[in-house]
Design a binder for this molecule. Structure first.
Ligand code: 5GP
Ligand code: MG
Length: 493
């Protein structure tokens, strides 16, 4: 049995934040930025700052509000900062895997906040170990940190001449690292933001009233601290923010874009914006499309709170079946995924929701959820609705069946975890005890996501978890169920 402390990665979906704002309390603003990005990771939180001379770091396990208080925020001085929320992977979690990483290098301090997952982490790890670099965790964020600490051109040569020392390192890393990475880097007097060439994970730029810039995984974090949305960091772009302002370098270009479509389906906050469209609107369109594709003979439409609200509204809109609420959610319980094993995940549904009996009694109910992944949530909820008096429960899912693992950052990394990889739709329906079950089609989902883009710029999304079409080369070892052991044997070699 591999102990979790040995195996922190690779799958990591996270929230990242960075700020350059002389004269402002950057640690406090980073705190509020991370607070807005809390949904992207509840396992650990951390902030690193620099005052141009000294760097400061505080990180810990738990929610942003549990990790930080007035006492530990105060010493985080400076005019630039980065922050990180780490997503729970299965099993226990450990401080050694918490971010940001902050180390000392020949070119001064280096802090790294990373969202994503490298698909060639194993080779890069091996290469670092062969170079004599010691690693303290199994996260690919540490691999990235150590790669950026290496001599500037030691990973790839041929960078444009105008790049500074850190841009050269980022450029060089970008030319060997494969997979998903939205990175925010802190140095003594600048922050850098970079996005992988496919744009798998989101990252955007904001401007502060009165001067200064912000970079964040999602635009909701900009709004929270009163920053104006400027634009997204482009796939393959390196952005430097320092005293002379913002400078952009297009370090790599891919022939396609592949923003994770699951960000639209579930992960991102509804008030955030990607590719010029609000997540809420996209989810509502998914619900409308679902209503078109899979109507039901029913009295009310209810969402699984909170993430399926927009889709249920769209479904109700399209079908004319009245929207209602049938479940009350305890807002003080984290996402069910943060529970360490399947057993706890199953019972936690009962901790999380109660049926609203008055609305359900004798009703034929359409229950809309945004996704079925492991299949642990839907069954107990259907049962809850029946216990609450529902006469029939028809489950409608506003995304297609998740049949393939994700190696680009979402926590669904093996076939064996995925209920739709093991059962067909009728099999899933009978397992969750629904009267009927239907999913949104893949083209239906894609049309909901793309509706407003009008083909004005190259676009495309990663749909691998639904379609099995990976936008990049996936090495065989990643498909192995017990691949964690590969990291251990490398670590012991
Ligand atoms: P499952 O089918 O895995 O038991 O749970 C699906 C439910 O979990 C859906 O209601 C969906 O909103 C939510 N969900 C889907 N993907 C994720 C994820 O990656 N993380 C978390 N925390 N919840 C998820
Ligand atoms: Mg949900």
């Amino acid at each position: 049995m591999i102990e979790d402390w040995q195996y922190g990665g690779p799958q990591e979906e996270c929230g990242v934040f960075g700020i350059f704002a002389p004269g402002r309390d950057v640690a406090r603003l980073t705190f509020f930025g991370l607070y807005a990005l809390q949904h992207r990771g509840q396992e650990s939180a951390g902030i690193a700052t620099s005052d141009g001379n000294v760097t400061y770091l505080h990180k810990g396990m738990g929610l942003v509000s549990q990790v930080f208080n007035e006492t530990n925020l105060k010493p985080l001085e400076g005019y630039l900062a980065i922050g990180h929320n780490r997503y729970s992977t299965t099993g226990a979690s450990h401080l050694r895997n918490a971010s940001p990483y902050l180390i000392e290098t020949v070119h001064g301090p280096l802090g790294v906040a990373h969202n994503g997952n490298l698909t060639n982490a194993l080779e890069l790890r091996q290469e670092l170990l062969e170079r004599g670099v010691g690693l303290a965790s199994t996260t690919d964020s540490e691999v990235i940190t150590q790669m950026l600490a290496s001599k500037a051109d030691s990973w790839a040569e041929g960078h444009p001449a105008h790049l500074d020392n850190w841009e050269r390192r980022l450029w060089s890393m970008m030319h060997v690292a494969e997979g998903a990475y939205s990175l925010i880097v802190l140095t003594r007097n600048a922050i850098y933001a970079m996005r992988d060439s496919l744009g798998l994970r989101p990252l955007c730029i904001g401007e502060l009233n009165g001067g200064g810039y912000v970079v964040a995984s999602e635009s909701c974090a900009l709004m929270t601290i009163g920053a104006e949305f400027v634009r997204e960091v482009e796939p393959g772009e390196i952005v430097r923010i320092n005293a002379s302002g913002l400078r952009s370098t297009q370090a790599a270009t891919a022939n396609k874009r592949a923003l994770c479509i699951f960000e639209y389906v579930y992960f991102a906050r509804p008030d955030s914006m990607f590719e010029g469209q609000t997540i809420h609107d996209v989810r509502q369109r998914m619900g409308r499309q679902l209503g078109l594709e899979a109507p039901a003979d029913a009295d009310i439409v209810i969402p699984v709170p909170d993430s399926a609200f927009p889709a249920a509204i769209g479904y109700s809109d399209m079908t004319g079946i009245p929207f209602s609420e049938g479940l009350t959610k305890n807002r003080y319980i984290g996402r069910t995924f943060i529970q360490p094993d399947d057993e706890l995940r199953r019972s936690s549904v009962r901790l999380k929701y109660n049926p609203l009996t008055a609305n359900l009694e004798g009703k034929r109910v359409v229950l809309v959820d945004d996704s079925i992944v492991r299949g642990n949530t839907a069954g107990p909820i259907v049962q809850l609705l029946r216990d609450g008096g529902a006469a029939e429960v028809h489950v409608r899912v506003s995304s297609p069946p998740v049949r393939h693992p994700c190696f680009m950052g979402i926590d669904m990394a093996t076939y064996s975890q995925l209920v739709a990889a093991k059962y067909d739709i009728e099999g899933i329906r009978s397992r969750i005890g629904a009267d009927s079950l239907a999913y949104l089609s893949l083209p239906g989902m894609e049309s909901a996501v793309r509706e407003t883009l009008n083909g004005t710029r190259p676009h495309g999304h990663c749909t691998a978890c639904f379609s099995g079409e990976y936008p990049l080369n996936v090495p065989n070892w990643l498909f192995e169920e017990d691949r964690a052991r590969l990291f251990i044997s490398v670590a012991q070699a």
